[in-house]
Unconditional design. Sequence first.
Length: 348
Amino acid sequence: MSTKKNGLTYADAGVDIDAGNALIDRIKPAAKRTNRSGVMAGLGGFGGLFDLKAAGYDDPVLVAATDGVGTKLRIAIDTGNVDTIGIDLVAMCVNDLVCQGAEPLFFLDYFATGKLELDQAARIIEGIAEGCARSGCALIGGETAEMPGMYDAGDFDLAGFAVGAMQRGTALPANVAEGDVLLGLASDGVHSNGYSLVRKIVEVSGLGWGDASAFSDGTLGDALLAPTRLYVTAALAAIRVGGVHGLAHITGGGLTENLPRVMPDGLGADIDLGAWVLPPVFDWLGQVGRIETAEMLKTFNAGIGMVLVVDANQVDAVQSALAAEGEAAIRLGTVTQGAGVRYSGTLS
């Protein structure tokens, strides 16, 4: 091995180990804020430890989910507004977990970039910690990968991994039946799906991310970066009441593709499009992109981010539980004979 003073170092190759260590130190308080029962060891080790018994489970089934935030990242990178993209990352994972009837327990992230920018990375991971804190999920580990030559200057990528648990025998969907009522929970905008089309529509519009939004206060970029809504606490409260037979997180594929995922063979959904008002962001996207209703309902959440399938006799109790968690449920329709989703009325 060479001992010459001008010998190459890892830093010369573009990887700054000291910056990585500084990042860990900076984000430790944010991760500590997410601690919950069951956490045994968090950041800094070769793996995170979690005690299921300490979390209250005596016969648990584990549920795992992984996801990213798609090309919404491009807007965050281009605008420099990275403070909430971590919330999106958590939401995309934990909102899926709760659809299985599971309580999210812990979360790990993967952050990859060509050159580690300490402030940017800390803001991203602090957003991840915020998403975890809001959903009762501990941030117990992750990986920051500095990979020069793999990413253009300023670019980065994110992936998230969540693990949850439920008591054996409580998995969802279960017992979905004809006549069950479909309750929708509002979205907070586009969430984290369909952004390749969103970006194409913005290109067609001739606007830039820094231009004023036509459908909300602030800039267009900031409006389109509104973070994905976290439904965990409200969904778990509804499940505890009883009568919830299934939940569908309305992500890529919209209502059209996601509702059938919780339906048994031979059953589908009848949805009244007049039951809710299309949020302004989708109205703008629809007009500028001349998007047909069927495409809107298959690409975007169209204002409904989560759907609960509820026993008709339990609807009032479930709605009350949701309201106590700040969610005003919208009665969208019912479960009916015949596979697929059928729409009536007008989306407006």
